[in-house]
Design a protein around this ligand. Structure first.
Ligand code: SME
Length: 167
């Protein structure tokens, strides 16, 4: 019997993401599965969730979607608010090693020390983002960024393959 390890290898988690992508019947199901997988398998990912831009909202607003972790008071975030707003409005991944030192940060849990937010694109437009908080400072290195960006890219692909809805 092989020795169990408490840390999953990044490539194993990536393989699991690929399997979820192939096996999910909708973008919604895929996002739910990604939140579950990353929360369960990545030990420092203590809150994992999606914020999606509300269709047609003016001004634009990010609305909390599937998530794993404690309930957050931030269920709707405008683009000029928080790390989430910064990532969505710039279209760039934002990594914050110490949230206490970032004036943009909107507190979700007192335990959160670091955060990564990765935008999700469909046909070149930001449609939402994948947000992850950690109870550990500087939890998100290059490998984490690559993994989370990979997940966000696949979510964008999955959304693009679905019929357009106007809900
Ligand atoms: N910290 C985020 C808000 C969302 S909670 O982390 C779940 C922000 O600063 O935008």
């Amino acid at each position: 019997m092989s020795t169990p390890t408490i840390f999953d290898k990044q490539e194993d988690v990536r393989d699991a993401v690929d399997r979820l992508y192939a096996g999910s019947r909708s973008a919604d199901e895929f996002m739910n599965s990604i939140a579950l997988l990353l929360h369960e398998r990545m030990l420092k990912y203590n809150w994992v969730g999606f914020y999606m831009l509300e269709h047609g909202a003016e001004p634009p607003v990010l609305v909390l979607g599937h998530f794993q972790g404690a309930m957050t008071p931030h269920t709707r975030i405008h683009l000029n608010q928080g790390i989430c707003g910064a990532a969505a409005s710039s279209g760039k991944t934002v990594v914050v090693d110490d949230v206490a030192k970032d004036s943009r940060y909107l507190a979700c849990s007192l335990e959160t020390k670091s955060e990564i937010v990765v935008p999700i694109f469909v046909r070149g437009h930001v449609v939402g983002e994948l947000d992850i908080d950690s109870h550990f400072a500087a939890a998100f290195g290059k490998d984490d960024r690559d993994l989370v960006e990979y997940c966000a890219q696949l979510v964008g692909q999955r959304l693009d393959s679905e019929p357009v809805t106007t809900k």
